[in-house]
Ligand binder design. Structure first.
Ligand code: ADP
Ligand code: MG
Length: 348
């Protein structure tokens, strides 16, 4: 949020396009045996033997998906990789490679792109994926970053949104609502900073939720964990737009209804206290806040003993016939039809 005025600024024109690509990508090392050729030719070459592969892509636009006023570029690079890996894991696959394409205006010096790429590199190292290419171009306005992720899985181990069956349990990893409330805190602090730049924000009480917003982690761990437990989800999706909207996707694609129990939705204590501070209902935030990047899946009731008591998983409801509809069963035991307010990109 606070810029270091003494920091050295190198205009991108000093390097030229090829010099820039070379500079940004020189640290990337190949980690995956499926990567035959990475950065440096007209195309990367991959070999997955008898595996199936999954491919997913996301485009992030400055001012729409991120605000550099509180999003450090390093975190942006990390998050851009994370949101794609999350989609790979949601297919029950292991992520192996990413490509990164950027469009930058000349207001970004080299040092800014170095920060962006240090976040990308950190994510690639921690999540064991190769950066195998991309594209670099200029933009008249802001920064655009597009990441494509590739993953592999054994044949027939794909998990789609459409496979849930009646009476399957609805299971969520981690907790939800944190990333959204983290964003509320950051936006409030940004307003305070605008009024008085000497006013240093104290984010200490909000560490968990701010980190959920700025440095989300995709649930890489869940894929081998489910395999070890001998559980193959019948359907799965990652929680990017909000729990409510993701549940509705699973229901719609599987042609089912569901009951979701309000008292089973996992919330971090910090989310509960910040919801009180902001005077918003924590269930509304849990249902409609986005960007938690947890996994939501369904399992057969027969698999319940395998996941029961596991701290990674919360059973939050179960699937019903399509005709029963999709409902939130509240703490007061009333039934409210689920609505998807979704994430705000297209609504405001
Ligand atoms: P082309 O003209 O064939 O598109 P480029 O000069 O754009 O080739 O890219 C040269 C190499 O650098 C390619 O391997 C490409 O995938 C990679 N590359 C280009 N831009 C980026 C980037 N921003 N991040 C990572 N790799 C990149
Ligand atoms: Mg190119």
């Amino acid at each position: 949020m606070i810029e270091d005025k003494n920091q050295q600024k190198t205009p991108l024109s000093d390097l030229g396009e090829f010099g820039l690509i070379e500079h940004l990508t020189k640290n990337f090392k190949i980690k995956q045996s499926s990567t035959i050729k990475g950065i440096g030719d007209d195309a990367a070459v991959l070999n997955f033997d008898s595996k199936n592969i999954v491919v997913t892509t996301d485009l992030l636009v400055e001012g729409v998906h991120f605000d550099l006023g509180y999003m450090p570029l390093k975190h942006l690079g990390y998050k851009a990789v994370m949101i794609n890996l999350s989609d790979v894991y949601a297919m029950n696959a292991i992520a192996t490679q990413v490509t990164v394409s950027i469009a930058v205006s000349n207001r970004f010096p080299l040092e800014a792109l170095e920060d962006l790429y240090s976040g990308i590199e950190t994510a690639a190292n921690i999540y064991n994926v190769d950066v195998i290419g991309g594209d670099t171009t200029s933009s008249n306005t802001g920064l655009l970053i597009s990441v494509t992720a590739i993953g592999e899985l054994e044949k027939d181990s794909e998990v789609y949104r459409s496979g849930a069956k009646v009476n399957d349990l609805l299971v969520l990893t981690g907790d939800v609502g944190g990333a959204y409330m983290g964003l509320q805190v950051l936006e409030r602090e940004k307003e305070v900073y605008k009024v008085n730049p000497n006013n240093q924000p104290d984010l200490e009480p909000y560490t968990y939720i701010v980190e959920r917003q700025l440095k989300p982690e995709a649930r890489k761990d869940v894929i081998p964990l489910l395999k070890d437990l001998g559980v193959k989800p019948t359907s799965m999706i990652d929680v990017s737009d909000g729990l409510s909207s993701e549940i509705m996707h699973l229901c719609k694609e599987s042609r089912l209804g569901c009951d979701l129990y309000e008292n089973k939705i996992p919330l971090d204590p910090q989310v509960i206290s910040v919801c009180e501070e902001f005077n918003v209902d924590s269930t509304t935030i849990a249902l409609n806040g986005g960007e938690d990047y947890e996994l939501l899946f369904t399992v057969s009731q027969d698999d319940f003993p395998k996941i029961k008591g596991n701290p990674n998983f919360s059973v939050i409801g179960f699937m019903k016939e399509h005709e029963a509809g999709m409902h939130l069963v509240t703490r007061a035991d009333t039934r409210i039809p689920l609505k998807a307010q979704g994430w705000k990109n297209f609504n405001d």
